[in-house]
Design a protein around this ligand. Structure first.
Ligand code: S3P
Length: 172
């Protein structure tokens, strides 16, 4: 079984993924961390030195590698992963794979991103005032892809435990 967590930056994919994995006794993989380990550099430096096109190419390559393995895991994607190349098709066509869209409101995302934008190349240069407009537009463009997930979960005002439980219930 492969469980894929999808959602915008700061929607809690990695946090939820870690909790879910330890509860289900499955390995947890964060695609960004996996890319950093394979490329031996940080996502910020990949964007800065090699550019976003190179990052999206590698993101697609490593996603395919993970999906083609016979391993079971909980995988959290980067916020942009579903929106590039054929990534969403790869996910939805993969047997034994269930994808969850962790859907957060713009306000929730913006409040979280304001506190932790340094290591996120796409928002690090935005002022707090510009963040709202940027995130609202970006989520609007991306939700077409996010909505191809098997299951959509509203995560606003829910505890980590509640979200993990909802995911587990949907897997049974
Ligand atoms: C990105 C989100 C990031 C990371 C990269 C690009 C995006 O992942 O993959 O900075 O396009 O939204 P997180 O969603 O884990 O921050």
């Amino acid at each position: 079984m492969k469980v894929i967590l999808i959602g915008y930056m700061a929607s809690g994919k990695s946090t939820i993924g870690k909790h879910l994995a330890s509860k289900m006794l499955l390995p947890f993989i964060d695609l960004d961390d996996y890319i950093e380990a394979q490329e031996k550099t940080t996502i910020s430096d990949i964007f800065k030195i090699k550019g976003e096109v190179y990052f999206r190419l590698k993101e697609n390559e490593y996603l395919q590698k993970l999906l083609n393995s016979s391993n079971k895991f909980i995988l959290s994607l980067g916020g942009g992963t579903p929106c590039y190349a054929n990534n969403m098709e790869l996910i939805t066509h993969n047997i034994n794979t269930t994808s969850f869209y962790l859907k957060a409101s713009i306000i929730t995302l913006v409040n979280r991103l304001k506190l932790e934008k340094e290591h996120r190349p796409l928002v690090k240069d935005l002022s707090d005032d510009d963040m709202m407009e940027f995130v609202a537009k970006h989520v609007f463009e991306r939700q077409y892809f996010y909505n191809k997930s098997n299951i959509k979960l509203d995560i606003n005002d829910k505890s980590i435990e509640d979200i993990v439980l909802e995911i587990e219930n949907n897997l049974n």
